[in-house]
Structures are given as C-alpha cells and as structure tokens.
Ligand binder design. Structure first.
Ligand SMILES: Cc1ncc(COP(=O)(O)O)c(C=O)c1O
Length: 454
C-alpha cells in the first residue's frame, strides 16, 4: 500500500490561485509555521496577491539603462527556490511508484540548497533523508539540514568537489532501499523550472519596460534554473540565454576546474539536464567580486545611498540576496552592456536564496581582507557593479561550440553509466520538448492520487 503525499501540481505551483479555497487558506496559515506540511502548497514564486516576488534593481546600482529584474527565491518555504525541484522529483517518484514512503530513504546529492530543500520536503512528507554534500560549505547550510531532520553524509571539499558527492551517491544507490533525487540528472528539475520558473519570469516583466525579455541570466549549479530559458525563448524568440560560471572554475568555457567561492554554482561539469542547445552565451564572473558585492549590499546600505540608490531600496535589498545572486547581477549588468540593451529592455535573473545562509561567508571575508572602511567599500561598489565590463563573455551559438559542450557532457556522464545514445538524443530540441510535455500527465496523476492510498 502506498500513501501518496499531499502536494501541488506543476500548474498549481505556477498558479497557486488555482488551489481550492480551503487548501489556499490552510497554505496561507501554514506560512507562520515552517514545519506545517501545508507549506508544500506555498512552493511558488508568487505572493498572496498572485504576483511574482521580484525586485527591479535601481539603475544607480547597475549603471545600465536596461531594467534588471531579479526574481526572489528567498520567499520559498525553506528559504530557496531549490525546494521546487526537490519536491517535483519526489512527487513524480511517488506517483510513479518508484518512491514508496515508509520504505525508501531519500538521497539528496547537493552543495547545500538542494540538500536543504530535500531535507525540508522529506520532513514535511515524513520520509527519511540523507544529504550528501561537501564538508566545506557555509555552516548555516548544515544547520538547516539538521534542523529539518536529515542525516548528513559529507564528502571532502567545497562547491567544486560536487563530483565526489555524485560518486558517493552512485555507491549508496546500490542499496535497494535508497532512492536518489538526483538533481543533476533527473528531468523533474528541468520540468519545474521550464514550467514554473519560466512562466513566472514571463509574468514578472508585465508592466516593466517593453514587457519582453531580452536576456535571461543564470549561473548553473544543476542548470535546472536555466531551463526557464527554454520557455522564455518560446515566448520571446529573440531572448538570449546566458549561463554564468566562476572565472576560477571555467568548466563550460574551457574545461577549467578550479576551486571557487560561489556556493551553489560552478560544479565542474556540464550537468546531464543542461539543455546546451538553448544556451547562447557563457560568461565568467570572478568569485571574490560576488562575496565583496554581497558584503556591500548587506553590511553597507549607506554606500549604495552614496551612489544614489534610495534609502528605501538600499534597505529593501539588504537581506534578499546570496553570493550567487551577486554573480547573477554582475552577469546581468555585463550582458546588458555586451548586448547594448537600452531603456525599456529587460534582463531577468534569479536570487536563488537570501542572506540568511551567508553570515559566516562575510565573516570569513572580513578576516581575509581586514580593510573594509567606507572608502574601500565605495571603490569595491564602483568596480564591481558600475564598472562591470564585457570581458570573459563567450558566444556559444555556433555548431562547434555546441559540439564542445556535448563532449563535456559525455565526459562527465558516460562514467556514471549513461548510454551515448541517450546523450545523443539530448542534441535535439525534440528531446527537451518531449520531456517538458510530461508536466501535464504528471499533473493529472498528482491530482488524481493526491493523498490517496494506492
Ligand atoms: C545559492 C545557489 N545559487 C544558484 C544555484 C544554481 O541553481 P541550479 O541548480 O538550478 O542551476 C544553486 C543550486 O543549488 C544554489 O544553491
């Protein structure tokens, strides 16, 4: 007997207004108690008025005429949008009968936010979970995972050592009672972002500029978020999809595999679920700039005000961003300049999480840098944001560049037992469209079986 957990469909995550009144009211009430399972129905980009949580960055900060619209992931239950793919992968597994609550333990290979999402979702759905992650990430991440009750299985290293978590998961999966929510490989991650994030991005720019999206910029970890670009391109064919990676770990640009400080991204691979066909540019961002940029926004709103950002905007942004958000913001500014975007054009990017998991990262920066007087922060602000340049941007639209990315994917995934024939299917848009279409059949199954014992 399998009890299918309660939870929303893809369409309900996109449009929570579709929930019936009773469910909606219970979900709203659950916002006050993080551990109330009804929070599953709060997995959405939308607020109670059905508007996407977002902020349009002040131009005094970006220095460009284009609008840079940042969608805010911090309002998702557990504090990051990564809870969405974690839920999608789990619920698909449940309705397919692959995951049996009460029987299977869930594995979540991650560098943090996905692990937090897995541990949170498993707590709400009453499943045991093990999060496999590197042992050198920000301490706030481990604290949250443990708070939600998952066990930690730590592998050596940092963000760029995520391959070790995959190898560990590969070994653990040999236990028939374990089921992995493999974010780098499984397509519910793609489906969640193409459907829920992609449509939400299109809604987010309503009433802003020319109401089109000229570029979507996102730094891939699993590359799930980038899948929003596949929907954006269907609606706005001119939109450019931009993947960012750390300058220090330039795997997609040139196979580089160094250590870096941008937690959540730059995992030394081309992930299996990365649709490289729709990635137009790869842009490298220096990791130290992202940490310094976050420090200014969080610790020194008066520096933003000095450069003309309003007091209200400076305070509003203080807690909304994490390190990878600053990477995305710098990338968005660089691309607005590179693409020569002007007034009325919109660039959409993402804040996967907020400041709540980066206090230790800023403390570490303070220890490393020592001099953080206002005159230093003013120089940082100018150099990082206003003077962001158009260096380190690679156009990957040509056939040769796609071929190189396909080869990278083969190099990264044949070792995990995937067939070349399967990877070859991913060279065609049909593969991705077909996978996306499954959203609708899964929605039917989720709705039909919600809360039922099968
Ligand atoms: C902080 C942060 N930023 C960005 C990302 C990248 O998102 P995605 O895995 O969808 O590419 C992640 C993923 O875990 C993350 O934790």
């Amino acid at each position: 007997m399998i009890k299918i957990p309660l939870g929303p469909t893809y369409e309900e995550m996109l449009h929570p207004s579709l929930l019936d009144q009773e469910l909606k009211a219970r979900a709203k009430k659950a916002r006050h108690d993080e551990l109330d399972p009804m929070n599953l129905f709060n997995i959405t980009w939308k607020d109670d008025q059905d508007h996407v949580h977002k902020i349009v960055l002040p131009k005094a900060m970006t220095g460009v005429d284009a609008n840079i619209v940042v969608m805010l992931g911090t309002y998702f239950p557990s504090g990051s949008h990564k809870v969405g793919p974690a839920y999608a992968t789990l619920i698909e597994g449940c309705v397919d009968g692959e995951i049996i609550p009460g029987k299977h333990t869930i594995l979540g290979p991650s560098t943090g936010n996905f692990g937090i999402g897995v541990s949170y979702i498993c707590h709400l759905m009453n499943l045991d979970a093990i999060v496999i992650m590197p042992d050198n990430m920000s301490k706030e991440r481990y604290e949250r995972i443990q708070k939600y009750g998952a066990k930690l299985d730590l592998t050596p290293g940092t963000e760029s050592d995520v391959i070790l978590t995959l190898q560990r998961t590969y070994e653990l999966k040999k236990n028939p009672n374990y089921r992995s929510l493999a974010q780098f490989e499984l397509l519910p991650n793609y489906r969640f972002h193409r459907h829920v994030t992609g449509h939400s991005a299109v809604e987010a720019i309503k009433g802003i500029g020319n109401e089109r999206i000229a570029a979507f910029v996102s730094a891939p970890g699993s590359a799930g978020t980038l899948a929003a670009g596949d929907h954006i391109k269907k609606v706005f064919p001119e939109a450019k999809i931009v993947a960012l990676e750390p300058y220090e770990c330039s795997t997609l640009t040139n196979g580089g595999r160094g250590q870096h400080r941008i937690e959540g991204i730059g995992d030394k691979m081309c992930t299996l679920i990365h649709n490289v066909l729709t990635t137009d540019f790869i842009t490298m961002i220096e990791d130290e700039e992202t940490v310094r940029g976050l420090k200014i926004i969080h610790d020194a709103p008066h520096i933003l005000e000095f450069y003309g950002v309003s007091h209200e905007d400076a305070l509003k942004m203080k807690d909304l961003f994490g390190v990878s958000t600053i990477c995305n913001i710098i990338g968005a500014i660089k691309m607005a300049k590179y693409l020569k975007l002007g007034e009325g054009d919109n660039v959409v990017t993402i804040a996967t999480d907020g400041f709540d998991r980066y206090d230790s990262v800023i403390k570490d920066l303070n220890r490393r840098v020592l001099e953080t007087e206002d005159f230093v922060l003013k120089r940082w602000f100018k150099d990082i944001f206003l003077k962001a340049d158009t260096e380190n941007i690679e156009d990957v639209r040509s056939k040769e560049k796609k071929e190189r990315l396909f080869l990278q994917k083969e190099h990264d995934w044949l070792v995990f037992g995937y067939e070349k024939a399967y990877l070859d299917q991913m060279k065609h848009m049909d593969f991705w469209d077909h996978e996306y279409e499954k959203v609708f059949s899964y929605d039917e199954k989720i709705k039909k079986n919600r809360g039922k014992t099968l």
